[in-house]
Design a protein around this ligand. Structure first.
Ligand code: ZN
Length: 253
């Protein structure tokens, strides 16, 4: 899970021009802008929504629609379907989340990690473990919403485990190539491979959150064992990637 920078509201949802209706959140132009804002990824699990069928994607209401009922019991669609209240998720995350709101509208308290909220940095609440063949989400110690989000959304997700395993194998393969380039003093190949690694950290890549955490582990291990040799040979290291990883957002391309 990574942070989502909210884009400008689609004109279709401009309440100064018309009253919003119940199904406005599913209008094609709204879905298109949600996909653009989220780099076509599920707001929670970072699977590519564009790899899923249209029935496998759901618009999420950050504060549930039912909480915008007026005194007559009708829903205030101008508020419920406001652009700031919408996110886009895969059907699995949507089902697992169920009725749990991201934010309690009465108290304003966060119930789960809300990736588009400016006060929330998801990477401060949720991380990943890589323990032998076991890979998965885990909360950052002390984060109540991180723990609740992991327990609610990510436990037992075989498709995520398989995706992480595949990514781990790809990264391990690149690091094996890097070791090979260092061994034969091939600085050109080394730089090409470092750039390849850097591009993986981009927010647009599926499962960028997992990739960043796993790369940090690999780079730390690499720096601990191979860095002296690398500096001696090439006078370079992974500093630029570490800076990108620390910033948590950047696309180097
Ligand atoms: Zn998802």
């Amino acid at each position: 899970m990574i942070s989502i920078l909210r884009t400008d509201m689609p004109e279709f949802l401009d309440v100064t021009k018309r009253q919003l209706q119940s199904k406005d959140y599913s209008e094609e132009c709204v879905l298109h802008e949600l996909l653009r804002m989220q780099h076509s990824k599920c707001c929670y699990c970072e699977r590519k929504l564009t790899d899923l069928g249209k029935t496998e994607r759901w618009v999420e209401h950050i504060k549930p629609k039912s909480e915008f009922k007026n005194i007559d019991g009708n829903i205030e669609w101008n508020q419920a379907n406001a652009w700031s209240n919408l996110l886009y998720s895969c059907a699995t995350c949507n089902r697992k989340k169920g009725e749990t709101p991201l934010i309690d509208s009465k108290t304003g308290e966060f119930k789960l990690v809300e990736p588009s909220h400016p006060d929330i940095e998801p990477e401060n609440h949720i991380t990943f473990f890589v323990d032998g063949v076991l890979i998965g989400h885990k909360p950052i110690p002390g984060s109540i919403i991180g723990k609740r989000t992991v327990d609610t959304l990510f436990i037992g997700r075989l498709e995520l485990y398989r995706a992480f395993k595949k990514i781990k194998a790809q990264i391990d393969a690149i690091f094996a190539e890097i070791a090979g380039a260092v061994a034969v003093d091939d600085i050109g190949e080394f730089e090409t491979l470092v750039n390849k690694v850097a591009r993986l950290t981009c927010s647009k890549v599926a499962h960028a959150g997992f990739i960043r955490v796993y790369l940090k582990l690999r780079i730390a291990a690499f720096n601990a064992t191979d860095l002296p040799q690398l500096n001696e040979k090439f006078g370079v290291n992974f500093e630029s990637i570490n800076v990108t990883l620390a910033s948590g957002h950047g696309c180097l391309t």
